[in-house]
Write a protein that binds this ligand. Structure first.
Ligand code: PNS
Length: 160
């Protein structure tokens, strides 16, 4: 039987409980799950790629089938490189839909064999985004409900 592999791509700047929810739930469904930090050309980064990877690795260390990567090119090329045919994305609200439709349609045009699957983010986390967490952290507010303790510490160090 062939190994099932999926990729969870994103900016992860930084990882939140919303991302971890999707990673946890996907890890049960695939033999191998590959979390990949990629460049989103419309976002300027707060954390370096190395910092993001470190924060993700600490967040997924309880999952033995999850590997963390970064890739400097197209997501579909990363999928090709590791032999994954499934991309997983979390969907929080209707407001995500248009952007996700563009992303998925482009990826499908670039590589027809790679399928994107969407998972609804658990309602507890449906309002969380890395950017809103950073905004709150910059005002020294408590972010412990939105990110794990090691990420909260990194945000504190970055902003204060
Ligand atoms: O967490 P994000 O910022 O919503 O993730 C977006 C990301 C990084 C997955 C997307 O921008 C991406 O795939 N970047 C790599 C370049 C690419 O493949 N672009 C083509 C799809 S539009």
């Amino acid at each position: 039987m062939s190994t099932t592999k999926a990729v969870i791509p994103g900016s992860f700047d930084p990882i939140t409980y919303g991302h971890i929810d999707i990673i946890d739930r996907s890890a049960n469904r695939f033999d191998e799950l590959h979390v990949c930090v990629l460049r989103n050309s419309s976002k300027s980064g707060t954390f370096s790629v190395e910092e993001r990877i470190e924060l993700i690795e600490e967040s997924v260390k309880h999952l033995d089938n999850v590997t963390v990567h970064h890739f400097n090119g197209l997501l579909v090329d990363f999928c090709n490189e590791i032999g994954a045919e499934t991309i997983i994305r979390g969907l929080r609200a209707v407001s995500d839909f248009e952007y996700e439709l563009r992303l998925t349609s482009m990826n499908k045009k670039l590589n027809h064999d790679v399928e994107t699957m969407y998972m609804m983010t658990s309602t507890n986390y449906s309002f969380i985004s890395s950017s809103i967490v950073k905004e709150v952290a910059a005002y020294k507010a408590d972010v412990s409900n939105f990110v794990p303790p090691h990420v909260a510490k990194a945000l504190d160090k970055k902003f204060n």
